[in-house]
Write a protein that binds this ligand. Structure first.
Ligand SMILES: NC(=O)c1ccc[n+]([C@@H]2O[C@H](COP(=O)([O-])OP(=O)(O)OC[C@H]3O[C@@H](n4cnc5c(N)ncnc54)[C@H](O)[C@@H]3O)[C@@H](O)[C@H]2O)c1
Length: 335
């Protein structure tokens, strides 16, 4: 059984820790915030995000970075906004043989980096992989059958993570397209916010199906322009993650969108959700990336206008419907 240390004990970090501990691994769970660890130590449960699910005994909760000593896998589960800060805190402490696995999603503001690019810039890990796909923390923590993808530039590293982390409740596929997996994982949160807005406005299934389908085309167009493989967007980290995020009440991005569709401002909606809403910051980063890469992103730009410019969602959707006539698949041939 493996020694796994995890940074970030929010909903996702805790759920993955529970899943790995149930499979028999020795897990150490660390937080940037000692007070967060104190509460979890006291309760042996994440009462706010995963109520009723007890942490197995083989999860050690710690606020000491000694947990990095001798760990075989270092799993990072902090929101994109805290990623650089957390990586800087552990710079020089990660052993050369440790496999670093990022399970966070999002793009860094300003640099527009994927999380792997932030981690590589600060930590330069020798062995690195990204694990993502359609996976709500609430379901993984209940051992609901789930399938994800582990991607790495080094396929042997991806296979090692697959071999160690996969269990009868958690199926893992390997991939060598880290950029595709990360752009899919990050950009779908923007589309999920939009799906929530449509739900909040009382639009129906037709609208959501159109949004999701045109959304994945847009995600692929941007991803391919930035070096990803188009086929990755048809997989678990693309369409799979988009489906789960756009259709579920577990999605904070969709919940924030619903509130905006009901008339709340973006700021009010995020305050009400009271958790990290990655789609909000990713919308700005994706908007900037589209401009930088000169890629047409009508849905992302519409989301940006609603979230950051205070545009009326109804007007924005009307504008999307009135765009110039197009052939459905033309952009798939853009490289
Ligand atoms: N919740 C899910 O179901 C899920 C599933 C897959 C991926 N993710 C991704 O995993 C990442 C973490 O999500 P989460 O749901 O655990 O978030 P969360 O808000 O529940 O918790 C994040 C944890 O990160 C730490 N943190 C928060 N802000 C920080 C900051 N500014 N600096 C340093 N540390 C900070 C805290 O320890 C906090 O508990 C996100 O990128 C999210 O998109 C979440």
């Amino acid at each position: 059984m493996a020694k796994v240390s995890m940074l970030g004990c929010g909903g996702w970090g805790s759920a993955v820790a529970i899943m790995l501990a149930r499979a028999g691994h020795d897990v150490k769970l660390w937080s940037f915030f000692p007070e967060e660890i104190e509460v979890l130590k006291r309760d042996r449960e994440h009462k706010k995000l995963l109520p009723g699910i007890v942490f197995p005994e083989n999860i050690e909760l710690t606020d000491s970075l000694d947990c990095l000593d001798g760990c075989e896998f270092l799993v990072i589960a902090v929101p994109s906004v805290g990623m650089r800060k957390v990586c800087e805190k552990i710079r020089g402490l990660v052993g050369g043989d440790t496999i670093v696995v990022n399970i966070s999603k999002g793009l860094e503001q300003g640099t527009l980096y994927r999380m792997s690019e932030v981690i590589k810039e600060v930590l330069s890990p020798k062995k690195f992989a990204v694990l993502c796909g359609p996976s709500h923390a609430e379901e993984v923590a209940r051992s609901v059958p789930t399938a994800c993808v582990v991607s790495s530039d080094d396929i042997e590293v991806a296979k090692t993570v697959q071999e160690t982390f996969m269990n009868p409740h958690f199926r893992l596929y390997t991939s060598d397209d880290m950029a595709g997996a990360e752009y899919g994982a990050a950009l779908k949160n923007v589309i999920a916010l939009c799906a929530g807005i449509c739900d909040g406005m009382g639009y129906g299934d037709n609208t959501k199906a159109a949004l999701m389908t045109r959304g994945i085309a847009e995600m692929a167009r941007l991803g391919v322009a930035l070096g990803a493989k188009v086929e990755t967007f048809s997989g678990l980290t693309g369409i799979g993650d988009l489906i789960v995020t756009c259709t579920s009440m577990h999605s904070r991005n969709r919940r924030a969108g619903i509130l905006i569709g009901q008339g709340y401002s973006a700021k009010e909606a995020i305050e009400k959700v009271n958790m990290v809403v990655e789609g909000y910051t990713t919308a700005k980063a994706a908007y900037d990336l589209g401009k930088k890469a000169d890629v047409e992103l009508p849905i992302t730009n519409a989301a940006y206008n609603v979230l950051y410019e205070g545009a009326d969602p109804k007007v924005v959707i009307d504008d999307l419907m009135r765009r110039p006539k197009k052939h459905e698949v033309e952009e798939l041939y853009l490289k």
